[in-house]
Write a protein that binds this ligand. Structure first.
Ligand code: ZN
Length: 499
């Protein structure tokens, strides 16, 4: 084998995959943003043709031969090439374990399920979505069996979203969170509740969009490469390479903080994606390494920076300028309002302290359905029971209950724990960052440059070059410790409630 030639072919294969991904991502982005309601079937047809092509490309004998030849000479490859060969071989071998017709059928199911989920959520009709969700869980179990029969199905998917993760680690992690969070929440809710009327009023989409654009620039996003759209459920997607990233938000008429913090959250994802080393574009190394590391960035910007005292003081005059009704309040009112601790129904709107309990409920339910201990049909009832037990809230309808998130309709079973893990990683990153950066001082001046540079140097530039565990070890120089996050949350609750 001519190594020079093989390297060129390796780059070409990845560029072709990136082009197909580009097409798939734009189709799905269109479906979730501006496409008219009745067009899902039309997209499903295009998707089934493209995914069949990807499947054939991914399982071709020539590609496999090339990868195996490169793998045999890995000592002569660069660090990046070695990781590319490893990841491609893994995904190609995985792909071959799933029969093509089942793989294509699953992609089509997901497109239809997303459409049905939207309708079901609108009308709060779980029965409409139930048969699709049943098929999704069933397919995930079956695929896990094809991919790695030695693992329990749920362990397989946890590890796919966060390399190295399994139920044993999750049980321990959530157990520790529960131990310290539940008493903290109990103490906080006994204190006089914070008045959050500073956030409430009547805010036009246009004004909220003005704030969104201001925030995107403030946190350091390059708006020539990061676009903003609106969707029911905010998300971030990368189109083809890290040179084109789209974030979305949702404007609530009566509360400007909902979109405000969505934009900062999705902006954190977009910073991570666009911060990748340019050499990784159009390769499998482009894009964040795991959902946990991704959430560590998004929730770092949203909460650790975005809800900090310094940031609230800095942004307050700008809020008064855009929304005149805010003027009758103080920056301290705003700080307390966005850090109000209140057990509630909707995960994406939950405060930092109660947030992980929302995640825990989803983790527990997924675990039981994947183990065959709970039927999809019984999910709404169990959902409502656990919300009462952990958060003390009654769920009035499935729209604000089991149907609220888009993850299950997108087939992402095993994703939720990464939100909680990511939050915890972020708190430990902050501690490390503070050794060399005056985080509080800079953010109080609206200066994100040094914080961003630290993240770029330590995290973003590497994209998927290192595994999450390797990256954590490189950045922190020690093991992950969830107590760092719990210390941070206790301090936050103290600053707002004095508990
Ligand atoms: Zn996120």
């Amino acid at each position: 084998m001519d190594l020079k030639n093989a390297r060129e072919r390796l780059a070409k294969i990845q560029a072709k995959h990136a082009a197909y991904d580009h097409a798939l991502e734009i189709i799905s982005y269109d479906g979730m943003t501006t496409a008219p309601k009745g067009t899902a079937q039309n997209r499903a047809r295009a998707l089934s043709v493209l995914t069949e092509d990807i499947y054939k490309m991914s399982t071709s004998k020539n590609t496999e031969k090339l990868l195996e030849a490169l793998d045999a000479r890995k000592d002569e490859l660069t660090e990046a090439e070695k990781r590319q060969v490893f990841l491609l071989l893994k995904s190609f071998r995985d792909m071959k374990k799933i029969p093509m017709d089942e793989y294509v059928a699953y992609q089509v199911l997901l497109v239809e399920a997303d459409d049905v989920w939207h309708k079901a959520k609108e009308t709060s009709d779980f029965a409409l979505f139930e048969p699709y969700l049943e098929k999704i869980f069933e397919t995930n179990k079956r695929f896990a069996g094809y991919l790695d029969p030695s693992k329990k199905p749920y362990d397989y998917w946890l590890n796919e979203f966060e390399e190295g993760l399994n139920m044993k680690i999750c049980d321990k992690f959530f157990g520790r969170l529960k131990e310290r969070l539940v008493p903290l929440i109990e103490k906080a809710v006994k204190k006089p509740q914070v008045d959050d009327s500073v956030l409430k009023g009547n805010f036009s989409d246009a004004k909220q969009e003005e704030l969104a654009e201001y925030l995107m620039k403030l946190i350091g996003l390059d708006t020539d490469h990061v676009g903003l759209g609106t969707t029911e459920h905010p998300f971030t997607t990368t189109i083809g390479s890290h040179h084109d990233v789209r974030i979305t938000t949702n404007y609530k008429k009566d509360d400007f903080s909902s979109s405000m913090f969505s934009v900062i959250h999705e902006g954190g994802h977009a910073l991570y994606e666009t911060g990748a080393n340019d050499e990784f574009a159009y390769t499998v190394l482009d894009g964040g390494v795991s959902m946990g590391i991704h959430e560590s960035q998004s929730r770092f910007y949203e909460n650790i920076l975005g809800r900090s005292r310094g940031f609230c003081d800095y942004i307050f005059p700008e809020l008064c300028r855009i929304f005149p009704s805010v003027k009758k309040y103080t920056a301290d009112d705003f700080y307390k309002a966005v850090n109000k601790v209140q057990p509630s129904l909707i995960r994406t709107e939950a405060d930092e302290v109660t947030y992980c309990l929302h995640v825990m409920i989803r983790y527990e339910l997924e675990k039981r359905v994947m183990a065959g201990e709970l039927k999809v049909h019984d999910l709404p009832g169990e959902w409502n029971r656990l919300y009462k037990e952990y958060l003390g809230v009654g769920v009035p309808d499935d729209r604000r209950g089991v149907l609220q998130d888009s993850h299950w309709s997108g087939g992402m079973i095993g994703y939720f724990p990464s939100y909680a893990l990511g939050s915890a990683y972020g708190a430990q990153f902050l501690k490390k960052m503070k050794e060399t950066v005056d985080v509080d001082g800079d953010i109080a001046k609206g200066d994100f440059s040094k914080v961003n540079e630290w993240n770029r140097q330590n995290i973003w530039q590497y994209a998927s070059l290192y595994t999450p565990a390797q990256l954590l070890k490189r950045v922190l120089g020690k093991d992950f410790d969830p107590d760092c996050y719990l210390d941070y949350l206790e301090e936050k609750a103290k600053s707002v409630y004095g508990v």
